[in-house]
Design a protein around this ligand. Structure first.
Ligand SMILES: *Cc1c(COP(=O)(O)O)cnc(C)c1O
Length: 430
């Protein structure tokens, strides 16, 4: 249903991805070495080397290579839960009956491990000026729930909020922090790498992250004891004994030496990937100037890795768009001079380019809808989004989800291809 003019634009012959893996030649070298040495298991030099370079890059004492970012988050949350509440009985989680504060606008993998451990996530709304956890809402959350001792915070799309202030708030309430730096490897805040701000932090090597091993993740800590414990948990909690001896429940979460080889080779290109992603963000910023839209903000002190370039459309330039809460579709009415994320994403898809909606906030997810949600001026607990709207409760996450989108951010996209994408977006406002 094109009412706008896209004359003269041809679809891309090869799809432009949101973010796809970028392999070089070193990945194959390290994988080949593992095969040649017959170290194709969950032990070997590639794992050891990857742990060493990542921990050093970030500035942590220990890295533990695990099978995914999600597995890393699970064990990060579990080790904090055990520190806070002790070892649970077999068959029980470390967080049973406990509330945990958690970023709201993020990938579900940030929040799910709280549930794996039997805890209840309390979602904290998003700061409109940082697109990361709202620290005003966080302080409010501590006032409402002073017993909470664990905060899981994600750095969104490779950009951070004020992490120093966040640490200060959490530590003043004797709360531990799990930092989900899955999307922000290489990002710094006030000169410190992300991954340094959590009591325990994690990164991910998932296929679309800035550095990938096809999959994989890593837990980061300064505690030798914690690193040792997590490593043990990840290999089925096998004790140091001649037979299979188990004092605790274990997991099969250890990183593969082949995957570590790919991640290690890819890691050598982190700086290149960041500069390519930065150039993409800046070309969008320049090319979309003058439109009623702004790029995701970069707060003072943050040097992002620019993993994804995201933007938000001004309120008065939004055409009518409805995303049904329970059904899984979006509808919009195309209007001259206005547009919406759905129109832009559908149009880009027609030209063979992939964008994506902003992460749908956790408090809007059917699975988490009855969970507590705390915003600057209210709480949305057990209430519909309609209730939140009617009562004027500020819900920044819902607003950014409504008006924001992730633009094609693949580092293999050429400047020329990106100019075409910018042209398509401009014409969506036509
Ligand atoms: C990708 C991602 C994860 C999960 O990492 P996997 O390696 O895919 O398990 C967790 N949190 C955030 C914010 C992510 O983007």
């Amino acid at each position: 249903m094109f009412t706008k003019n896209f004359d003269g634009i041809k679809p891309f012959e090869k799809k432009i991805w949101l973010a796809s893996p970028t392999m070089h030649k070193e990945e194959l070298e390290w994988i080949a070495k593992a095969i040649k040495d017959n170290w194709v298991t969950t032990a070997g030099d590639n794992i050891n080397d990857l742990e060493k370079v990542c921990a050093e890059h970030i500035g942590r004492k220990y890295g533990v290579g695990l099978s995914s970012g999600t597995a890393s988050l699970h064990l990060a949350i579990k080790i904090c839960g055990e520190k806070l509440y002790g070892q649970p009985k077999v068959g029980h989680g470390t967080l049973e009956g406990r509330k945990v504060f958690c970023s709201d606008m993020t990938f579900a993998a940030t929040a799910n491990p709280i549930a794996y451990e039997g805890g209840e996530a309390v979602f904290i709304d998003t700061d409109p000026d940082a697109w990361n956890m709202d620290l005003v809402a966080l302080e409010k959350a501590f006032a409402i729930h002073p017993d909470v001792k664990l905060v899981v915070v994600a750095n969104l799309y490779g950009f951070t909020g004020n992490l120093e202030k966040l640490v200060e708030i959490c530590h003043s309430h004797d709360a531990l922090i799990v930092e989900d730096a899955a999307e922000s490897f290489g990002t710094t805040y006030n000169g410190k790498q992300t991954g340094m701000f959590g009591d325990v932090s994690i990164i991910s090597f998932n296929g679309n992250k800035i550095i990938t091993g096809s999959t994989g993740g890593m837990l980061l800590t300064d505690s030798e004891e914690d690193a040792h414990k997590v490593r043990k948990w990840s290999i089925q909690s096998r004790e140091d004994a001649p037979w299979y001896q188990h004092e605790e429940i274990g997991y099969n979460y250890r990183l593969s030496n082949l995957v570590a080889g790919a991640a290690l080779g890819n890691y050598g290109h982190l700086a290149d990937h960041i500069s390519q992603k930065k150039a993409i963000y800046e070309r969008y910023k320049e090319g979309l100037k003058g439109l009623p839209l702004s790029m995701m903000p970069i707060i003072d002190g943050c040097v992002p890795n620019y993993w994804l370039s995201c933007a938000i459309i001004d309120k008065d330039a939004m055409c009518k768009q409805v995303r049904s809460e329970s059904e899984k579709e979006a509808l919009y009415v195309s209007e001259s001079g206005k547009t919406c994320p759905t129109e832009i994403l559908e149009t880009l898809a027609k030209f063979n380019a992939e964008g994506r909606p902003i992460w749908k906030p956790m408090h809007m997810q059917p699975v988490y809808r009855m969970f507590p949600f705390i915003t600057r001026n209210g709480t949305g607990r057990a209430r519909s989004n309609a209730y939140i709207k009617e009562n004027g409760i500020m819900d920044v996450g819902a607003d950014i989800f409504d008006r924001g989108l992730c633009l094609p951010s693949d580092n293999k996209m050429t400047a020329e291809q990106q100019e075409t994408i910018i042209d398509i977006i401009r014409r969506c406002f036509g």
